[in-house]
Design a protein around this ligand. Structure first.
Ligand code: ATP
Length: 297
């Protein structure tokens, strides 16, 4: 499977502030990728590097085999909707579509007009008079109608109510199904990501903690509960991501490629939210949890 986004030791600093550090990633094409992480983790930085709005301080990033924003051909292949879903307040929706047509060689006017009609929006309406959800839909329409191979969305649903969120994600999935677009979207709302994403990247404190296809990640992570024991006594090859202990009982979140079988253990699968929160709390300093370790026995 070809990688649509390839980052090698990618880093970004703002003065002394490290926004992204040693990020090595490979995102396969045709996926809907969820980018998660706490505030300030570096999500917007990674997305802005991917669409070429900013350049790296170290390492490299390639998108669709080229340097981001390195020329008109490269720009045409990537659609980007920034966190604040920017539109021109004084321009109407129709003006925005005309602008899109002038700026993008592959513009699909029919797709754009059809989406606006389906959304029940009046093309004559000024963008400044739209609700946050409607503005997000217009911004998505502009990004989609340029027919990109990769669509990058920075917290596209943050300002939307639950119904608008569902409608937005539904229309996003229709675009993906119809055009086979690869999507990378960041969000704090893991339940939304659970519905739409098949690939996950978790960033914490400017570093990638976890990345992979969701099905593979869920198939290899478990919650393991046993009578109290030390992590070092677990079988070889079992990576302890997080451990907590009471006087009598130990609970481990483990990563293991092999089947885990012991009748004295209670083994439970994780859902996506468990997985995301586990890696976030594992990486958060002062969480009281012990750090990740690989069982060496
Ligand atoms: N232009 C900038 N100048 C200085 N520091 C910056 C700049 N942009 C981002 N940073 C810093 O880089 C770090 C990563 O920021 P970034 O916006 O990528 O995080 P994020 O994961 O998108 O956060 P959030 O979830 O809050 O949107 C933060 O500590 C932020 O303060």
């Amino acid at each position: 499977m070809t990688a649509i986004l390839e980052a090698r030791a990618l880093g970004k600093r703002y003065g002394r502030k490290v926004a992204l550090s040693d990020c090595t990633l490979s995102v396969p094409s045709g996926r809907v990728v969820g980018l998660v992480g706490p505030n300030g983790a570096g999500k917007s930085t990674l997305l802005q590097l991917a669409c070429g709005l900013i350049g790296p301080t170290s390492g490299s990033i390639e998108v669709l085999g080229g340097r981001p924003a390195s020329g008109p051909g490269q720009l045409a292949k990537v659609g980007f909707v920034a966190q604040d879903t920017p539109t021109y307040a004084g321009l109407s929706i129709a003006d925005h579509l005309r602008l899109g047509a002038r700026l993008n060689p592959g513009w699909d006017a029919q797709l754009a007009e059809e989406r606006i009609r389906q959304l029940g929006l009046d093309p004559a309406q000024k963008a400044g008079k739209l609700s946050g959800g409607q503005r997000a839909q217009v911004a998505l329409t502009l990004a989609v109608a340029k027919r990109p191979e990769l669509l990058i969305l920075d917290e596209p649903v943050a300002a939307l109510d639950p119904l608008a969120r569902r409608e937005f994600l539904q229309s996003l999935m229709e675009v993906v199904a119809e055009h086979g677009t690869t999507v990378v979207l960041s969000s704090h709302l893991v339940s939304d990501l659970e519905r739409v994403c098949d690939h996950l990247i978790s960033l914490v404190a400017s570093r990638v903690q976890l990345s992979g296809d969701v099905d593979d990640l869920l198939a290899t992570h478990f919650r393991l509960t046993t009578a109290r024991r030390e992590a070092a006594t677990l079988p070889q090859g079992m990576r302890v991501v997080l451990e907590t202990h009471t006087e009598r009982q130990s609970t481990f979140i483990v990563r293991s490629d092999k089947a885990v079988q012991d009748p004295s253990w209670v083994l439970e699968p994780l859902n996506l939210e468990d997985l995301v929160l586990t890696y976030m709390s594992q990486a958060t300093a002062g969480s009281g949890h012990r750090p990740t370790r690989e069982n060496q026995r």
